[in-house]
Ligand binder design. Sequence first.
Ligand code: ADP
Ligand code: ADP
Length: 244
Amino acid sequence: APLLDIRRLSRDYASGGLLGGKHVTRALAELSMTVAPGTIHGIVGESGCGKSTLARLVMALDRPTSGSVHFDGEDLFRLSQRDLKRKRRDFQMVFQDPFGSLDPRQTVGRIVAEPLHVLEGSPGRAERRDRVAAMLEAVGLAPDHADRYPHAFSGGQRQRIAIARALITEPKLVVADEAVSALDLSVQAQVLNLLMDLRDRRGVTFLFITHNLAVVDAVADRVGVMYRGRLVESGPAQAVFARP
Ligand code: ADP
Ligand code: ADP
């Protein structure tokens, strides 16, 4: 069964136009797709095609105009607030700008541990410390980096910190929205290798969203191409990017 099953998902944004006229932007138009567990599913498309709108809906941070998102067999937008809160540990997000999304006043340990605090039955201090140390190691950082602050780290290291933070609740799905776009090419390759390693060794599923064709070609098992709120092409990465 797919981990993520998106059916005819639409999202309209209403905005007051000039002279009081109403204008509706259809950011997503009946988009359907499935994501198999333990795969990296790329979503690629130019700016404004609806990628972030899709990410917000999959993370249940927004509600659709119509359509559904089933996560692990459950309809996200029909869950009670309580059940949704329980479900949230199963999906996490990594954003584009690792400096902007990491609070500069908090230690790396605190930043990485933060998703654990909002869990029901959150682990105690000793277990939090163990899990933070293990997670930093899993993303190629040293456990004692937990005592330092984000500005002491390079862009690639900060992105690893953001990934450690996303993985600390052992989520089934990580939505990565332009997660490597701000990095230098060689650092991009390192972070992409890390994601593929997490897929292979831990079975993490990624929805990997980017405007960058080369990046998605390098990392994704399957790719969906978006254009103006629609999925215009999808399939295995080799097929979608096949050159004649
Ligand atoms: P992308 O992430 O691919 O750049 P977005 O999902 O951010 O695309 O935007 C898709 C479309 O929806 C764009 O036309 C954008 O201007 C519009 N849009 C996004 N968010 C809002 C919003 N909060 N209010 C009105 N329009 C929006
Ligand atoms: P608190 O005791 O209020 O949790 P701390 O600042 O000591 O405050 O730690 C914040 C979080 O960061 C804790 O959840 C802890 O598990 C983690 N943490 C802090 N330092 C380390 C460290 N050296 N190794 C592993 N985890 C750490």
